[in-house]
Ligand binder design. Sequence first.
Ligand SMILES: [Zn+2]
Length: 391
Amino acid sequence: MSREAFIPRVITAVLLLACAAPLTAAVDYANVVIADAHVHLLDFLQNGDHLENGEIVEKVPGAALPSGQRGKRIEAVLWAMDRANVSHALISGMPFLKKWSEDDPVRPGYYLDATSRVVLARDTDYHVALAIEDFKREGGETARIQLKRLYPCVSGFDSTDLGAVDMIAKRMKEFPGVFKCIGEVMSRHDDLTNLTTGERPRANHPALLRIFDFAGEQRIPVSIRHNIAPVSPGDKPKKPLYLAELLDAFNEFPDTTFIWCHAGISRRILVRDLIGHLDRVLADHQNHVIIDLSWVVYPSYILQDLDGWSALIRRYPNNFVIGSDAVGRFGDYPDQIRIYDVLFDALGDLDLIEKLASQNFLRIMPDNGVSLDMDYHYPEKKYSRQPITPP
Ligand SMILES: [Zn+2]
C-alpha cells in the first residue's frame, strides 16, 4: 500500500475508534462461542470489579475484599463471560501501578491519564491467586469445574531482571496448579514503558530469554506485548525497528508458544505492510507463534483492510486468536468482546471462524496449572554472564 493510501486509512481508523465502527455484519454471530485470549482481572490501580448478589460492584480506589471473599472477583469475570457466550479466558493481573503524583490535580486511573510514573506491581499475581484460592475454597466441586475455564498468568515481574524467572517460579510454588501461563509480558510498550524508570525491556533481553526458556520447559505459553515499531509522532509510517528483537526470541525458543499481543500494534504505530510482516513471521514460526487481534489493531488495521486480513487468516488458520483486553471492568464486557462479527463475516467459513474464535486458543493452553517441586531452581548460568567454568 502506498503511503498516500495508507495515511487516510489510519486517520479513518482513529475516527472509527472515536465513534464506534459503523461497519455491521450481515449475520449475527452471537451463537459462536469465544475464548478470550486477553483479560486483565485488575486495572492500573490494582482494582477490579467483583460480584455481589448477582450484581457487578464497580471497582473504586481503596476498595478491598477480605480474606475468604476475594473469589467474588472470579465470580465477576465468569458472570461476564456467561453473558457474552465466552467459554474460556486468559486472565492476568496488571504488572504496573499508576502512581498519583502530588502535581496531579485528579487521581489518574489509566496510565495515560497523567504524566506520573508507573511502578511495578509485584503484588498483582497474589491478587489473582488469592481470588482463585478463595473461589475454590468457597465453591467446592462446582468451582473446580468453573476454574477449568480460566487460564491465570503470572505477570508481576521486572522484565529486565535476570532474577524475574525465580519470582515466577516462587509464585508457582506458593500456588501449585494455579498458574497456566506467563504474561502479559510488557516489552516495547511505547507510552506505558516510557512511564517506567530505569532499564527498558525488549524481547531479546537475557531476563526474558530465561523466562521464555522456563516457559518452554514447563510447556506453558507466554503472552507478550512487544510493539513492532516506535510510535509515529505525525502521520509518517515507521520501519518495524523492534521486530528483529522479537524474532531473536522466536528463533531461540522454537518449543515455547508465544501469543503476540495486538499483532505488535499500539496507538500511533504506523507501519506499512503489517500483513506482509506478519506473513513472514508466521511462515517461519507458525508452529509456536499465535497472533492476538485484540485492542487497537482491530479498528485501525483489520477493519480497514478486511480482505487482506481475511486472506492472511486463511493462510494461517491456526495462528490467530481474539480478545477483549478488558481491564478490571466487567459490567459492559459483552460490548468489549463481541466486536468481531465484521471479521467473522469477512471470513465466511464457519470452521475458520470457530478456529479464530476459540479453538486456536484452546489448542495452545494447558489443561492444568504448573506445579513445581519445592527444590526447583532455574539454572543460574543460563543466559547470564556467569562463567560456565568457575574461576
Ligand atoms: Zn493487555
